[in-house]
Design a protein around this ligand. Structure first.
Ligand code: NAD
Length: 238
């Protein structure tokens, strides 16, 4: 498979390493305004975008307009997600966005939904989320923490949204900490006066995200439509 890497920073470099290990070729690396590059469908099977929040939408839509499927892991641009989906559908190509591509986190997501389903009937427990990342991370809270909050909100009829640091009673609070060299730690805590229950996912390196993104790219080539990591996992476990 021929891959274009959009965003050649910390993640882009690990994606290159993993993609080459899996026998793919990197035919284009973009690390600045995409307008300076030629996007040729004949040469690129899939693009993988791990760039910056301000660039992601332009990168993704430029690929769609050239009929190139996109795997996107960039966080902090989701106000334009519906627009991106529409362009993808209009152009008849394919798209996967995930706030977190690691296999372990996607298992953690399923655990989070299951736990919220059990805890929603126990009003004595309050719920909160904490995420810790390296100090260079541009957005807060992390896309993964937002996904965790949304999964809980779907289960709790009285929760209307989430907020960073301070939340009203009908919201979930997310705490975001920035500590040198931490690839990503997410904790969901349910607390009552009697006890507390915690589930934690701790990434040891960026390799898990990169592997998930390359596996998602393998899944996406020759497909049309909008997919999620759940579709990718189902295809692996069938
Ligand atoms: N979904 C996931 O699993 C996952 C995992 C890790 C990181 N991320 C996200 O991926 C993104 C990148 O993370 P990182 O740690 O590699 O950051 P990074 O800062 O190391 O890399 C970003 C790169 O994008 C480049 N860039 C700037 N403008 C660009 C443009 N217009 N087009 C293309 N590239 C451009 C920068 O020069 C930089 O090299 C962030 O949004 C981060 O939150 C997602």
């Amino acid at each position: 498979m021929n891959i274009a890497i959009l965003g050649y920073g910390k993640m882009g470099k690990v994606i290159e390493e993993i993609a080459e290990e899996r026998g793919h070729e990197i035919v284009l690396k973009v690390d600045e305004d995409i307008e300076n590059y030629q996007l040729d469908k004949a040469e690129i099977d899939v693009a993988i975008d791990f760039s910056v929040p301000d660039a992601a939408f332009k990168n993704i839509s430029s690929c769609f307009k050239n009929k190139i499927p996109v795997v996107c892991g960039t966080t902090g641009w989701l106000d334009k997600y519906e627009k991106a989906k529409k362009i993808c559908e209009e152009e008849g190509t394919a798209f996967i966005y995930a706030s977190n591509f690691s296999l372990g986190v996607n298992v953690f997501f399923e655990l989070n939904k299951k736990l919220a389903d059990m805890m929603k009937g126990l009003p004595e427990y309050s719920v909160e989320i904490e995420e810790i990342h390296h100090v260079q991370k541009l957005d807060a809270p992390s896309g993964t923490a937002i996904s965790l909050a949304q999964q809980i909100i779907e289960k709790y009829p009285d929760k209307k949204g989430w907020q960073l640091d301070h939340a009203d009673k009908d919201e979930i609070v997310i705490h975001a900490k920035r500590i040198k060299d931490v690839p990503g730690i997410h904790t969901v805590t349910y607390e009552s006066e009697i006890d507390s229950i915690e589930i934690i996912h701790s990434a040891k390196s960026r390799k898990g995200f990169a592997l998930g993104a390359v596996v998602a790219a393998e899944f996406l080539q020759d497909k049309k439509g909008i997919f999620t990591m759940k579709d990718v996992l189902s295809s692996l476990f069938k």
